[in-house]
Every structure is written in structure tokens, then in C-alpha cells.
Write a protein that binds this ligand. Structure first.
Ligand code: ADP
Length: 324
């Protein structure tokens, strides 16, 4: 019998691409869903390894399959647990934050200088917790696949201008100049809100790790098959062995970064999720002491897409320098 006849069409459809890949000589791993004989759905982790003959020709392939249903169930429980806990934390945290803000105005009585300092510490840390809870919830929502990216034709320059406008107050406070490259007039196929979130996360990191008087530049250019964005800073840089791991959740170059810079270690993980859900890639390049560059790609619009969306109404600020 052929594999197709054994598996029947619906199941075979999910294996068609991996089978093509393994027969082309590539080792491939994928997850597959099956209904077991007891009627229960099972999740399998499958690896196909090509069986290569002496002449280099592929004679067939080996299949290695493990049942990962229990692990998947535990992961789902863990995600649900995190989501419930984060939701439950958000409400009391928000009211603590408001109460502290009211206290700090002095309307309910003036505090001593020490008291005021204590209040600032409490306020800063509550804000950090709110950011952390919001990031955990954001990431959980994007990863769970509950949100779909509403992709439309967007004006790349417009998105960059919007991201720069959003981050301008932070840049000014840090004394960092935000520089936009020449207008590209490029259109990308993206969810404008999520793309803006990725851009502002990257800009916020670049500003956060830059000293006063330095520049952060943002460029976009067309490549043969895709559009390439780059956010470049003149900060301290990232060691080569950390360039991959910083995209993992809660990973920071220096464990004290979180304390000094008020980060959560989730920003880049969220960026990677957003970019990968757009079919693109994100990576970092850096030279210690010289600065870091964060690149991401977005694939081109499918043929015959709809109307432009997002951006700031196509209004471009030509080669603008948004400096402080
Ligand atoms: P965080 O909230 O800590 O910034 P991210 O996931 O956004 O979390 O970043 C993870 C870590 O990557 C940061 O804590 C920092 O150590 C490093 N990093 C990110 N961007 C930069 C940058 N532009 N320059 C130097 N280090 C960076």
C-alpha cells in the first residue's frame, strides 16, 4: 500500500510537506495530531530521517515518533494558570497604583522626605509589576493563537513615524536622538497594531540602553523577497553568545539589567512572536562597546491585496531627524 492509502487523505495531507522534504534529503521534525484507537486525541512529535544510499540518493526514510500529549496538556494547564493568575493580579495592582499616585500628590496630607522616598519606591515597583503582568498576558495571548493578525497593506514609513512619535518622550528624557532614514514608500502586509508594538519595543530597548547624546536610527529597505527593518543604537552592545538567548523569555544579558533599566525580559520574546506570526524573522547583530542592531523581515503582500491601512495617513517626514 502507499502511505497515502494507509493514512487516508486527511491525515496524509498534514504529512505531505514533511514527506516531500525528507525525500529531498532533509531531516524534518513536526507535530501531528491523531485520534488513538480509544478515540482520544493524541499529539505526536515526529522526526523523519532520510535513509541515504552510498551514492547519496534517498532510498526512503526512518520515522521516529513520540507521544507528547501529556506534555502538551501540562503546557496548556500552565498557560491557563499563568493567564488566570495574571488577570487576578492586574485588578488589585491597578488600584494599588492609583492609591499610591493619589498619596504622592499630597492631597491626603504631606509626608516626610523619607516617607515620600518610600512612596516613590513603592510606586516604581508597582509600575514594574503592572508592566510585567501586562507583558505576560500579551505574550500568552499571542502565543495561544487566540489573536489573529489582521494583516492589511500598511505604509512602512507611516508605521515608523508613529513608533517614533510614541517613543519621543522617552528619548527626550534620556537625551537620545531618534533618526529616521529616507522615506522608502514601501508597503508591507501586516497587522498595523502588532507591527507598531514590535517597533516600539525595539525602539524602547535601543533608547533604554543608550547614553545621553547618542543616536538611535531606524531604517527600512526592500530586499529581493521581503522588507527589512533595522533599529540601530550606539549602546553598550550585546555579547555574541547572548545574541540568540535574549529572545527567550526572561533572558537578559546581565541579570541586573532588569533592576537598572526596569525591564521584564519579555519584550523581545513578544517581538519574535509578532514577527514570526507575520512570516518574518528577527535577529540581532552587535559589536561590544559599539552598539547593537536589531533586524526583522516582513514578507511581501500576497498578490492583489486590499487597501492601505495603518501608518499615519501616509504623511511622511522626509529624512526627518527627531532629535532632542
Ligand atoms: P527587557 O524588558 O529586559 O528589555 P527584552 O526581552 O526586551 O527585555 O530584552 C532582553 C535583554 O536583551 C535586555 O534585558 C538586555 O540585556 C538585552 N537587550 C535588548 N535590547 C538591547 C539593546 N538595544 N542594547 C543592549 N542590550 C539589549
Amino acid at each position: 500500500m502507499t502511505l497515502q492509502a494507509v493514512w487516508q487523505d486527511a491525515s496524509y495531507e498534514r504529512m505531505r510537506l514533511p514527506i516531500q522534504q525528507v525525500l529531498a534529503g532533509e531531516e524534518v521534525t513536526f507535530e501531528n495530531e491523531l485520534t488513538a484507537q480509544d478515540g482520544q486525541p493524541r499529539t505526536l512529535n515526529v522526526t523523519y530521517i532520510p535513509d541515504v544510499g552510498l551514492q547519496g540518493q534517498v532510498k526512503g526514510f526512518f520515522a521516529l515518533t513520540s507521544d507528547i500529549s501529556d506534555r502538551k496538556a501540562i503546557e496548556r494547564m500552565k498557560d491557563e494558570f499563568i493567564s488566570v493568575v495574571s488577570h487576578e493580579l492586574r485588578t488589585p495592582l491597578t488600584s494599588m497604583h492609583s492609591a499610591l499616585k493619589i498619596l504622592s500628590t499630597g492631597r491626603l496630607g504631606l509626608l516626610s522626605q523619607d516617607g515620600q522616598q518610600m512612596l516613590e519606591i513603592a510606586d516604581e515597583n508597582t509600575e514594574r509589576l503592572v508592566r510585567l503582568v501586562n507583558s505576560v498576558l500579551d505574550l500568552q495571548r499571542i502565543e495561544s493563537g487566540d489573536v489573529t493578525m489582521e494583516k492589511r497593506l500598511c505604509d512602512a514609513d507611516g508605521l515608523i513615524v508613529q513608533a517614533i512619535e510614541a517613543m519621543q518622550p522617552m528619548a527626550q528624557q534620556q537625551g537620545v536622538a531618534l533618526v529616521l532614514s529616507q522615506p522608502s514608500a514601501l508597503q508591507i502586509w501586516a497587522d498595523a497594531d502588532y507591527m507598531l508594538q514590535a517597533l516600539t519595543n525595539l525602539l524602547s530597548n535601543a533608547i533604554k540602553f543608550s547614553q545621553a547624546g547618542r543616536q538611535v536610527s531606524i531604517t527600512v529597505e526592500a530586499q529581493s523577497e521581503q522588507t527589512l527593518f533595522c533599529i540601530r543604537d550606539q549602546g553598550p552592545g550585546i555579547p555574541a553568545e547572548k545574541l540568540e538567548s535574549i529572545f527567550e523569555r526572561f533572558q537578559q544579558v546581565d541579570s541586573s539589567d532588569a533592576r537598572r533599566k526596569g525591564g521584564t525580559g519579555l519584550g523581545l520574546t513578544i517581538c519574535r512572536e509578532i514577527i514570526e506570526q507575520h512570516g518574518g524573522h528577527i535577529w540581532a547583530e552587535s559589536q561590544l562597546g559599539q552598539g547593537s542592531s536589531f533586524f526583522f523581515t516582513v514578507p511581501p503582500p500576497p498578490p492583489g491585496p486590499g487597501q492601505p491601512a495603518g501608518g499615519s495617513g501616509g504623511e511622511l517626514l522626509a529624512g526627518g531627524q527627531y532629535g532632542s
